[in-house]
Ligand binder design. Structure first.
Ligand code: SF4
Length: 189
């Protein structure tokens, strides 16, 4: 059996127009903007809360725990970088306390713009923050929404736990795989 080794997905560079965005104040945290990664024209768009670190302290590229678990599950169901585009509710990684709700409401406009341009056929929201932000409903959660396809803002949307939740609670791994299988089923249908 071939051993799968996650490697960093290709980053989609932030468009010139937005590279100096300071709308939400997160630029003060010093993390750089990450627009997305994977295949920018993929039919499946994965939405996470915010980017993880792509570089270690020395500036070397590496695969963080979130991306490692995400890629392992994708590989398990036969999906690869060419099939997936990953983006975030926040395009910068917060490093300290911030005004969460207000910041998400501001930055999510960039996601809406990406949706208009890329027109993915299927969205896959990972984790409660991404789900609540995209569904625009603070009362929903992954536990009650996973396992079926929802239509949100005109898009077929499937939800699953955040990869970090899977790392913390390995008993969720099989549920996570079930959700990836649901994504695969709709991707090929
Ligand atoms: S996180 Fe979003 S709104 Fe905030 S500065 Fe970055 S792109 Fe702009």
């Amino acid at each position: 059996m071939t051993h799968f080794c996650p490697t960093p997905f290709q980053e989609e560079l932030t468009p010139e127009d937005f590279i100096h965005c300071k709308k939400c104040g997160l630029y003060k945290h010093g993390s750089r903007m990450i627009w997305g990664e994977g295949n920018p024209t993929a039919s499946i768009m994965i939405i996470l809360d915010n980017p993880g670190a792509r570089e270690d302290k020395e500036g070397n590229e590496y695969v963080c725990g979130t991306r490692e678990t995400l890629q392992l599950a994708a590989n398990h169901v036969g999906l690869h970088e060419k099939d997936l585009y990953i983006t975030y509710i926040l395009k910068r990684r917060p490093k300290r306390a911030y005004e969460k709700e207000q910041t998400r409401q501001i930055c999510i406009h960039h996601l809406h713009q990406q949706l208009k341009e890329k027109k993915p056929s299927l969205l896959f929201c990972l984790g409660n923050i991404a789900v609540q932000s995209f569904f625009q409903n603070a009362d929903v959660d992954v536990k009650s929404l996973r396992g079926k396809v929802h239509y949100v803002q005109g898009y077929q949307t499937i939800v699953a736990y955040h990869p970090l939740a899977i790392r913390r609670r390995p008993n969720l791994w099989n549920l996570f795989l079930d959700d990836w299988r649901l994504v695969t089923k709709h991707y090929y249908s």
